[in-house]
Design a protein around this ligand. Structure first.
Ligand code: MOS
Length: 708
C-alpha cells in the first residue's frame, strides 16, 4: 500500500514544471510601475504625520499614497466573519503591527523599496495587548453567528455519576500559512475598466469586494488568478492591499505591480489564531462518555469577531448524552486571523483527541477501543443520521496496517538504549461541504471539449478534476478536455476552501456536460445549487457572495469525512530530540475523483501535521505585539529530513446521501488530528503529557512545562 499510481497526472503539470504557467505576478503587464508597502512599526495608536519629502526625492519615484491623500478613496474590505475590520489607509488609526500605512510607487522595484525606507511616519503610540494573557486583552463570549454552541442534556448529571473524568487545558499557537507564492497584486485600468491579477481562492468574491471598496460597478472589474502558488486559506478573503494598488494605478494612469515581502505577508493577510481549550470529559465504568464539555478561546483583532468554533465538530465526534460547548473571542492589537487548513478542526480536535487519549489511559482502555465504545449511531447534537461514517473502519484498517497491536500500552516502555519510542493515534473529521457553481462546456471543431468555470486550482489538482469529470460524462479522454479557470469572465464557482471545491465544481461541470449530450448542441451552460441552500444562492454567487452547504448544518443528514491518524515517534533519551519515525493516515471521504492527486493532498496534510505538532509557531514580542520570526528561516516547517515514512490509505466509500456524485472533500482532513496523534505518541514514548503546541524538546527537558 504505497504510492497510489491510479489516477490522472495533472493536466497543468507540464506548464508548471516548464515555467509556462503564469502566476498572477508573472503576467507581462505593459509598462508597469512597482509598488512597495510601508507598514506600521507600532501595534496600537495613531499616525500623526507622514513625511514623504525624502521618499519623493528618490529617482524614479512617482507617488506615495498615505491616509492623507487617498484615505477617502476606498472603504475597508468586508470582514471574514462578524464584527468590523481593521482599517489601513482609510484612517490614521493603527490596529496592529505591520499594518499598511503608506504605499510607494516607482519606475523600478528598487526605487520603490529605497523610497519606502525614507517615508517618515510619526505615531502617537499606545500600549498594545499582544496575546491571551496581556493586560487589556478583551475577553468576550462569541457573538451569535453562523456557528452554534451545543447544549445537550445536563453535563453536571454526567459528572456526578462518572467513573473517570478528565479536566485539562490545551493550547495551540499563532501559525502562518507561508505559501511560497507571495501575496502579489497587479492592477491595470483601461478607461473605467479595472483588471486585477492576484492569487485568489475566490475571484468573484475578490471582484465584489474591490468594486465595493472603490464604489464602482462589478462589471467594471475583472479578476484573473489562473495559477496559484499555494493558498491554504490565506488567499480566501479580500484584503486591503488590492484596492490601494488599484487606486495607485488610477492616479498614475499606468499599471502597478505589488510584490510584498514575505515578512509583510505575516501582517497584511490572515493567519491561524492561537487558541485555548478547556476540555472536561466524564465516562462511566464501561468507558462510555456521559459528559463532554469543550470551551474554546480564540484570539482576534480589536474590531473583528472572527472565530472558527471547532466545537461544532468536537461536539459531534462521540456518543454522549450530555454535551456543552462554548467559544469565546479575545480581542487584541493584532491583525485579523482567518482560514488556515482545517480552520476549526486543526486546533479544536487537538484538544479533544488528546483528552480522549488521556481518558483511555485513565480507564485502562486502548485508545481505539475507547473510540469504538463511543461510536454514535446518529449525530449526537442534532440526532440526524450520518450520511456515512466510517471512523471505526478507518481505525481498524489503520491499526492492522500500522501494527498497532505491537504497542505496549505502558508509557516509556518501548524503544532501545538510545531512543524511547511511542505510538499515538487520533481521529480526523471534516464536514462535507459544497457550494453553488456554474459551468460552460463547448465542443471544439477538432472534437475536443472546452470547459469554462471560474474555479481555482490552489495546487490541489482542480484543473485535472474538471477534465476527468467532463471526460467521464462525455466519454472522452481527459486529454481531450481543455479547462479554463480563475477568471471572472467565466461562469462563477464558489470559494476554493472548506474542502468544498471538488464537489462544487464537479457537480456544475457534470450538469453542463449532461446538458450538452441531451441537447445535442455545440455549447451548454449549467448552474448547480446544492439542495438545502436558499433559492437565491446562485444569484448571490454571481454577485460574489458566498453560500455554502455545510455538512453539519444540513436538515436531513450530517455529512462528514472521517479518518484515523497513526504516528510513531522516537525521543532521544538524553537530548530529548523528537523524530517522526512513521505516520499513517486512513481516510474515508466519499468518492475520490483522482486518487493520484488525492494521495498527494492527504500526504501533504500529514506532513503539515508534523509542522503543527512539532515545529510551527509564530513568536510574538509581547511588549510591542510584533511577530519576531516572520521569515522562512525562523518560522519552522518540516523539511525532508523531518519526515519519516508517510503512508495513506483511502477507504472506498459510496455516500450518495452527501450529494449526487458522492464527493465529500479531502482538502483539509489530512492535517486534522495529526498534532494530537503526535502529542499522544510523545506521551506514550516518554510519559510526559504536553498539552501545548508545538511539542518541542524543551518541553521534555524541563520539569515545569507542559502539564497545565
Ligand atoms: Mo481552506 S483553510 O478552508 O482555504
Amino acid at each position: 500500500m504505497n504510492l497510489s499510481t491510479n489516477g490522472q497526472v495533472r493536466i497543468d503539470g507540464l506548464a508548471k514544471v516548464t515555467g509556462a504557467a503564469r502566476y498572477p505576478s508573472d503576467e507581462p503587464v505593459e509598462n508597469a510601475a512597482y509598488a512597495y508597502l510601508v507598514t506600521s512599526r507600532i501595534a496600537r495608536g495613531k499616525v500623526t504625520r507622514v513625511d514623504t519629502t525624502q521618499a519623493l526625492a528618490v529617482d524614479g519615484v512617482r507617488d506615495v499614497l498615505t491616509h492623507e491623500n487617498v484615505g477617502s478613496e476606498a472603504t475597508p474590505p468586508p470582514p471574514q466573519g462578524a464584527g468590523g475590520s481593521t482599517t489601513t489607509m482609510e484612517s490614521d488609526r493603527v490596529w496592529h503591527d505591520g499594518q499598511i500605512v503608506a504605499m510607494v510607487v516607482a519606475d523600478t522595484y528598487g526605487a520603490a523599496r529605497e523610497a519606502a525606507r525614507k517615508v517618515i511616519v510619526v505615531y502617537d503610540v499606545e500600549a498594545p495587548s499582544a496575546s491571551f494573557d496581556s493586560p487589556g486583552a478583551g475577553y468576550m463570549p462569541r457573538q451569535p453567528s453562523e456557528h452554534k454552541d451545543a447544549d445537550v442534556g445536563d453535563i453536571d448529571s454526567g459528572f456526578s455519576r462518572a467513573t473517570a473524568t478528565i479536566d485539562a487545558w490545551y493550547e495551540t499557537p499563532t501559525q502562518h500559512h507561508n505559501p511560497i507564492e507571495l501575496f502579489t497584486t497587479t492592477c491595470a485600468w483601461d478607461g473605467d475598466t479595472l483588471t486585477i491579477w492576484e492569487p485568489s481562492q475566490f475571484v468573484y468574491g475578490l471582484r465584489a469586494s474591490v468594486a465595493k471598496q472603490l464604489g464602482i460597478d462589478q462589471a467594471q472589474v475583472r479578476v484573473l488568478s489562473r495559477f496559484i502558488g499555494g493558498a491554504f486559506g490565506s488567499k480566501g478573503g479580500a484584503t486591503a492591499r488590492t484596492a490601494w494598488v488599484a487606486i495607485a494605478a488610477h492616479r498614475l494612469g499606468r499599471a502597478v505591480k505589488l510584490v510584498p515581502t514575505r515578512g509583510q505577508g505575516f501582517t497584511i493577510v490572515t493567519y491561524r489564531a492561537p487558541t485555548r481549550h478547556h476540555m472536561r470529559l466524564a465516562a462511566d465504568a464501561d468507558g462510555r462518555l456521559v459528559s463532554l464539555c469543550h470551551e474554546g478561546w480564540e484570539l482576534t483583532s480589536r474590531p473583528s469577531d472572527y472565530n472558527v468554533s471547532g466545537t461544532e465538530t468536537t461536539a459531534r465526534m462521540y456518543a454522549c448524552p450530555n454535551i456543552r460547548t462554548r467559544v469565546n473571542v479575545v480581542h487584541t492589537d493584532r491583525n485579523t486571523p482567518g482560514f488556515m487548513r482545517a480552520p476549526p478542526e486543526t486546533p479544536y480536535m487537538f484538544a479533544l483527541e488528546c483528552a480522549m487519549d488521556e481518558l483511555a489511559e485513565k480507564l485502562g482502555l486502548d485508545p481505539i477501543e475507547l473510540r469504538r465504545r463511543n461510536e454514535p449511531t446518529a449525530d449526537p447534537v442534532s440526532g440526524l443520521p450520518w450520511s456515512g461514517r466510517q471512523l471505526m473502519a478507518c481505525f481498524e484498517q489503520g491499526a492492522q496496517h500500522f501494527r498497532w497491536n505491537a504497542r505496549d500500552p505502558r508509557p516509556g516502555s518501548m524503544g532501545d538504549a538510545e531512543w524511547e519510542h511511542g505510538f499515538g493515534c487520533a481521529a480526523a473529521a471534516y464536514p462535507a461541504n459544497i457550494a453553488p457553481a456554474a459551468a460552460r462546456v463547448t465542443r471544439q471543431s477538432d472534437g475536443s471539449v472546452r470547459v469554462q468555470i471560474a474555479g481555482h486550482d490552489i495546487g490541489t489538482g482542480a484543473y485535472t478534476v474538471v477534465a476527468m469529470i467532463a471526460g467521464e460524462a462525455l466519454g472522452i479522454d481527459p486529454s481531450r478536455v481543455s479547462v479554463e479557470m480563475g477568471d471572472t469572465d467565466l461562469p462563477p464557482a464558489g470559494l476554493a476552501a472548506g474542502s468544498s471545491h471538488t464537489a462544487t465544481i464537479s457537480h456544475a461541470v457534470r450538469k453542463a456536460c449532461d446538458q450538452l449530450i441531451r441537447s445535442g448542441s455545440m455549447e451548454a451552460y449549467a448552474e448547480h445549487t446544492p439542495a438545502s441552500l436558499p433559492d437565491d444562492a446562485m444569484k448571490k454567487l454571481h454577485s460574489g457572495q458566498m453560500s455554502i452547504e455545510r455538512g453539519h448544518g444540513r436538515k436531513d443528514v450530517t455529512s462528514y469525512s472521517f479518518g484515523a491518524q497513526f504516528v510513531e515517534v522516537r525521543v532521544h533519551r538524553r537530548t530529548r530530540e523528537i523524530r517522526i519515525e512513521r505516520m499513517l493516515g486512513v481516510f474515508a471521504c466519499g468518492r475520490i475523483v483522482n486518487p493520484l492527486t488525492a494521495y498527494s493532498q492527504f500526504m501533504g496534510g500529514l506532513v503539515w501535521g508534523i509542522g503543527a505538532g512539532l515545529l510551527e509557531k509564530t513568536d510574538v514580542d509581547e511588549r510591542v505585539a510584533r511577530y519576531t520570526n516572520d521569515n522562512l528561516s525562523e518560522y519552522h516547517i518540516p523539511v525532508n529530513a523531518d519526515v519519516g515514512r508517510v503512508e495513506v490509505i483511502m477507504l472506498p466509500e459510496d455516500d450518495q446521501a452527501t450529494n449526487a456524485l458522492g464527493i465529500k472533500g479531502i482538502g483539509e482532513i489530512g492535517i486534522v488530528g495529526v498534532n494530537a496523534a503526535i502529542a499522544n505518541a510523545v506521551y506514550h514514548a516518554t510519559g510526559r503529557r504536553i498539552r501545548r503546541l508545538p511539542v518541542r524538546m524543551e518541553d521534555l527537558l524541563s520539569e515545569d512545562r507542559g502539564a497545565s
